[in-house]
Design a protein around this ligand. Structure first.
Ligand code: NAP
Length: 309
């Protein structure tokens, strides 16, 4: 039979007629990333390089699944006995209630980014926090411990990053979200992990703030690291979530949005004389942790890194 090319992006309709769509695709697609948008995802090139290197006879592909389609999509993926799933925007939170089993981090965070399908069951994990921690160490040669951190966003990625900062005993955590109530709720959930001594100076250890220029300006002197965990920057025309004129040279800026070049936030950091890195390093470590969950073996990190770069 003639070998069929893998599509750039599949859809729910493709899953609904999978035996026809997948006929002739070799190696077979057994791992997927579900999201919307998802066309930008670099996970296939990274995971396919790892699968090839480890001589695992399967492929990884992108699926554009709209918010209302996740339940049906996961049901089909389970029935079709795929091996694993990554979830990206906007599915990480909605997927929680669709899991048969949740690991400790996913349960606590209320968000899932990795699913392993085992004995017909969907087991949800969250590796974003650990991946973020490894990325910060790799990019800036610092540990989260003792850093004063501000997270932009309060969605799935932000929740995982916030919990990781708390677990690693960061000195301060500020959460800024467009919908203030969501940021405030996240801060309240972490309250028990911030009962240690107050930081030096007039600022609280844990706080939610409004998404406003004045609120950002007030915080800058009392921060070391700012993390963008919103999709602002995914579109090349997006302005940075915080403009360069508000940033300062002492800051580290980590943009979870990734691209082959600089994101608008990384450019703003450099314009302000600060250090900046985009989310490729977090993607890499998240991918390696996903691979380890699916195959219960260490991922070939260098192969995956090379495929991404
Ligand atoms: P999510 O759960 O849908 O959350 C999105 C968050 O972004 C919400 O807090 C939302 O605020 C905020 N937001 C959306 N549009 C905004 C705008 N125009 N201005 C300001 N805030 C806005 O998404 P997610 O899964 O957390 O993903 C967020 C981002 O992280 C995505 O860009 C994703 O690519 C990135 N990410 C990267 C990696 C990596 O490995 N590099 C890993 C995980 C995530 P409201 O609450 O006000 O709606």
């Amino acid at each position: 039979m003639k070998r069929k090319r893998v599509k750039e992006v599949y859809t729910l309709a493709d899953l609904q007629s999978w035996s026809d769509v997948a006929r002739g695709v070799d190696p077979p697609i057994r791992l997927v990333v579900l999201g919307d948008p998802v066309g930008h995802s670099l996970s296939p090139q990274m995971q396919n390089a790892a699968l090839k290197h480890c001589k695992i006879d399967m492929q990884y592909a992108r699926f554009r699944i709209l918010p209302g389609e996740l339940g049906e999509g996961l049901k089909l993926i389970r029935e079709l006995k795929f091996n694993g799933v990554n979830l990206t925007i906007p599915h990480k939170i909605g997927a929680v209630e669709m899991m048969n089993d949740l690991d400790g981090d996913a349960k606590r965070i209320g968000a899932v980014n990795v699913i392993k399908i085992e004995d017909g069951k969907l087991c949800g994990f969250n590796t974003d926090g650990r991946a973020f921690s490894r990325a910060i160490r790799e990019e800036f040669s610092v540990d989260l411990r003792d850093l004063r951190v501000m997270i932009l966003g309060a969605g799935g990625a932000a929740r995982a990053i916030a919990l990781q900062c708390a677990k690693e005993n960061c000195e301060r955590l500020v959460i800024a979200n467009g919908t203030f109530e969501k940021g405030d709720k996240l801060a309240n959930k972490l309250h028990d992990l911030f009962t240690g001594p107050k930081v030096f100076g007039p600022v609280p250890r844990l706080q939610a703030i409004q998404w406003e220029e004045n609120a950002f300006r007030f915080q800058i002197a009392n921060l070391d690291l700012i993390v963008n965990a919103t999709p602002v920057g995914l579109n090349r025309v997006d302005p940075p979530p915080i403009p360069a004129r508000l940033l300062a040279p002492h800051l580290m800026i980590y943009d979870t949005v990734y691209s082959s070049g600089r994101t608008s936030f990384v450019s703003a950091a450099i314009e302000a004389g600060a250090r900046g890195a985009n989310g490729l390093s977090m993607l890499l470590h998240q991918g390696a942790l996903s691979f380890a969950i699916w195959f219960e073996r260490e991922a070939p990190l260098d192969v995956m890194r090379k495929a991404l770069l």
